[in-house]
Design a protein around this ligand. Structure first.
Ligand SMILES: [Zn+2]
Length: 303
């Protein structure tokens, strides 16, 4: 893979060379990350996301624009409020840096992976942003808010409808295969794309719902909230069934390993200890979006 040549040769829609464009996208990601921090803090507390401006939770001093620069302000202020010196959570710069890094990774994946600018980029960036918010909210509150998952499902369907017009069967991972399926081969590509969304949503949300239902019947306890199911409706509709099955696989493996490690560390034997599964599904979704197709073809090549 001649990735360095691509870095030099590829052009960005704005006429920028790729390295410069990557820096621009990374900065955009850090700014979006700053917004995600507001969403992560306020949404579970049912506060408005738009008003009021950010304030220090300790002394209520409004935070100046110059103290609100992603990552940098935290470093300059050494992690403390300028007025009252209360420590600021390291989660703020972490989310900003993570969003910036993931934006660059998605940008390189989409632009270089597809040999040029792609209409999928803004959609992939929005998808990853929603997942970051869900991961951090689930980590803190053990909920996956409908205010993100419901619009997320609508967003996935809009992308499914729109992107095939712009990119044909390249738009989604499952389209090339689905377009060759007997019942679907006569349909226009946007209809195949929507059928793929429904199939993916069933593979994601449907299978999780079924697992939860079985677990409840067997153990007589509630296994998981419907938040995970709704989140996987969104993920499934967007990624398609192949990458969604991989996402669930990655989520179950990493959650089980983490659960075992935690049990060993704490000496607990309680299998019902609740882990926020949304974290693992969210991380799995991002991995599946970026390298899922490669993992699947590598796996298929083993046989
Ligand atoms: Zn303060």
């Amino acid at each position: 893979m001649n990735i360095f040549m691509s870095l030099l040769v590829n052009d960005f829609p704005f006429g920028l060379p790729v390295p410069l464009a990557a820096i621009f996208v990374g900065a955009l990601g850090a700014i979006i990350g700053s917004f995600l921090n507001v969403v992560i803090f306020r949404l579970p507390r049912e506060e408005s996301i738009v008003f009021p401006n950010s304030r220090c939770p300790q002394c209520s001093t409004a935070i100046h624009a110059y103290d609100n620069i992603p990552v940098l302000s935290y470093l300059i202020l050494r992690g403390r409020c300028r007025t009252c010196s209360t420590a600021i959570s390291a989660r703020y710069p972490a989310v900003e840096a993570l969003t910036g890094i993931l934006f660059v990774a998605v940008f390189l994946h989409d632009v270089i992976g597809r040999n040029g600018p792609t209409a999928a980029l803004p959609f992939d960036l929005a998808f990853v942003s929603a997942l970051i918010a869900l991961i951090f909210i689930d980590a803190e509150h053990m909920i996956l808010p409908n205010a993100i998952t419901y619009p997320g499902i609508v967003f996935a369907l809009v992308a499914r409808l729109l992107l095939p017009f712009l990119m044909g069967t390249n738009a989604f991972d499952d389209l090339p295969t689905l377009a060759n399926v007997n019942y679907l081969s006569g349909l226009p590509v946007w209809a195949v794309s929507l059928a793929g969304a429904v199939l993916g949503a069933l593979a994601g949300g449907g299978s999780l719902w079924l697992m939860g239902w079985l677990w409840e019947k067997l153990r007589k306890v509630e296994a998981m909230g419907l938040g995970d199911v709704k989140m996987m409706f969104m993920v499934g509709a967007y990624l398609g069934w192949r990458l969604t099955v991989l996402t669930i696989f990655l989520g179950v493996i990493t959650a089980s390993l983490t659960g075992i490690l935690l049990m060993l560390k704490r000496g607990e034997r309680n299998m019902q200890m609740l882990l926020p599964f949304g974290i693992f599904l969210g991380v799995g979704s991002i991995i599946a979006l970026m390298v899922g197709a490669r993992i699947i073809s590598w796996y298929a090549g083993q046989f």
